[in-house]
Design a protein around this ligand. Structure first.
Ligand SMILES: NC(=O)c1ccc[n+]([C@@H]2O[C@H](COP(=O)([O-])OP(=O)(O)OC[C@H]3O[C@@H](n4cnc5c(N)ncnc54)[C@H](O)[C@@H]3O)[C@@H](O)[C@H]2O)c1
Ligand SMILES: C[N+](C)(C)CC=O
Length: 485
């Protein structure tokens, strides 16, 4: 753990073994902090913020430090990518792309650091001056999940630092390795002591302390809805600001006039990339009825060919699930789907391949004959499981797509631009892709409608989450009002 500029053991001296999900080998031993460690880190962040040298440093200097972090990530890209693959099982090619994205996130927010000089507004009061400025929120608690460990951390660290906050981060207890490494890089880049603190440990202890502690001014959380609700309740005690990136059950709408080859190819990628452990995975295929049979037949053939394996092997297309518990959850959802009457057309079990028996693998799985009232359609499985529904009109496609408590992302495939725009305008989701699936980048805001989240990460809006707005009014000719004579 990194607290107040020092690398520390947990007060309890407890540790946790970090497991490679490909073969269950222990790849590291991490310290296991608790609420006491979190309190110490929060105190360090509080003192660093209140002392003021970070928040009042010229923004361009802060930006230069954030930029340096991005450069150091680029320098150590290969090491970081390998760590991420060891920890999560994702392919090393995917990890490399994540690391390049992560460096760009630091560069982007570094560039924004000195761009907002406030705004002078037209005051209706004579002889006065009115301006609106943005200031850092204060001490930020930041809690991240295991599926994109460093990427989700970067989306929080870079804007928080660039806008002058101090912070305490808690990564997922099962995937802390790249976050630890980036805190080393932040130290090397010159982030002053106390400004960025790292506490490892479980959600129920370290995370709960960050959510409830009154010295934390903002809690930024990426993870599941149920955890989000718990954090929201804890955060209400001191009305801290909240920023939540939660789950999704994202529709992928394919019209009959879409380019067939591209739509099939991308429907596979939409749902099975990273073994479906993606918040924005296209887990609900909505297909125009007239092409259902042909489309599903092709999808099933290609699904059978997906090569599962070690993320370090060149020919591996998808790695394992993150843990035994998570695979068991996916398996229980497949049973639910079968019992609800959905038709299992491929997958639905663990692979037989002897080389995969030590990993938490699960075969890419497709259910057809699905309807919106099924749990397998409504609930986030967060694994390689696709449900297929059909529609006849664009209105029906929109109605089905929006029939969910989630609102993270969705896609529409058609060569008819007016149809695409009709659908895009009506999807109640934070991101809509037309003839594509998955793109996200530092310049565009990311976040959810409905129960998929509160607030935005990335883009200017992602920076603004870490600021408070202040209106400063100056009377240029003060004189008595004489109301109270
Ligand atoms: N919207 C997005 O951008 C986005 C991105 C990635 C993941 N996710 C979501 O994350 C979920 C998967 O991640 P997960 O399984 O790690 O989620 P999770 O909610 O189980 O855990 C996320 C983090 O919260 C911590 N936590 C757990 N209980 C806590 C508590 N009581 N108080 C405070 N912190 C606590 C965990 O230790 C972990 O660090 C999925 O639902 C996925 O959709 C969303
Ligand atoms: C936000 N994203 C797509 C990078 C990861 C979601 O799990």
């Amino acid at each position: 753990m990194y607290i107040n500029g020092e690398w520390l053991h947990a007060k309890s001296e407890k540790t946790r073994e970090i497991i490679n999900p490909f073969n269950q080998e222990v790849i590291a031993t991490a310290v296991e902090g608790n609420a006491e460690d979190a309190k110490t880190a929060i105190q360090a962040a509080r003192v660093a913020f209140d002392e003021g040298s970070w928040s009042t440093m010229p923004a361009s200097e802060r930006g230069a430090i954030v930029n340096k972090i991005g450069s150091l990530i680029e320098r150590d890209l290969e090491e970081l990518a390998e760590l991420e693959t060891l920890d999560t099982g994702k392919t090393v090619q995917e990890s490399r792309e994540d690391m390049a994205d992560i460096a760009n996130v630091f560069f982007y927010f570094a560039g924004l650091a000195d761009k907002d000089g406030g705004e002078v507004i037209a005051s209706p009061i004579p002889n006065s001056e009115s301006k609106v400025v943005r200031e850092p929120v204060g001490v930020c608690g930041q809690i991240t999940p295991w599926n994109y460990p460093l990427l989700q951390a970067a989306w929080k660290l870079a804007p928080a630092l660039a806008s002058g906050n101090t912070l305490v981060m808690k990564p997922s207890e099962i995937t802390p390795l790249t976050t630890v490494k980036v805190f080393e890089l932040m130290e090397e880049a010159g982030v002053p002591k106390g400004v960025a603190n790292l506490v490892l440990g479980a959600g129920k202890s370290v995370g709960a302390e960050l959510a409830s502690n009154h010295d934390v001014d903002l809690i930024s959380f990426t993870g599941g809805i149920e955890t989000g609700k718990t954090i929201m309740q804890a955060a209400s005690d001191n009305m801290k600001k909240i920023a939540f990136e939660l789950g999704g059950k994202n529709p992928n709408i394919v019209f009959a006039d879409a380019d067939f080859e591209t739509a099939v190819d991308q429907a596979l990628n939409a749902v099975f990339f990273h073994a479906g452990q993606v918040c924005s995975a296209g887990a609900r295929l909505l297909i125009e009825e007239s092409i259902h049979d042909e489309f599903v037949e092709e999808l099933v053939e290609r699904t059978k060919r997906i090569k599962l394996g070690n993320g370090f092997d060149e020919d591996t297309q998808s790695g394992p699930m993150i843990s035994a518990e998570h695979r068991a959850k996916v398996e229980s959802y497949v049973e639910i789907g079968k019992n609800e009457g959905a038709k299992l057309v491929v997958g639905g079990k663990r692979p037989d391949d002897p080389e995969l028996q030590n990993g938490f693998f699960y075969l890419p799985t497709i259910f057809t004959n699905c309807t919106s009232d099924m749990r397998i359609v409504q609930e986030e499985v967060f694994g390689p499981v696709l449900t297929v529904e059909t529609f006849q009109t664009k209105e029906e496609a929109v109605q089905l797509a929006n029939d969910t408590i989630y609102g993270l992302a969705g896609a529409v495939w058609t060569q008819d631009l007016s149809k695409a725009e009709f659908v895009a305008a009506r999807l109640r989701m934070g991101t809509v892709w037309i003839n594509d699936f998955h793109p996200y980048f530092a310049q565009a805001p990311w976040g959810g409608y409905k129960q998929s989240g509160i607030g935005r990460e990335l883009g200017r809006e992602g920076m603004e989450e870490y600021t408070e707005l202040k209106h400063i009014f100056r009377n240029k000719q003060p004189e008595p009002i004489k109301w109270f004579k």
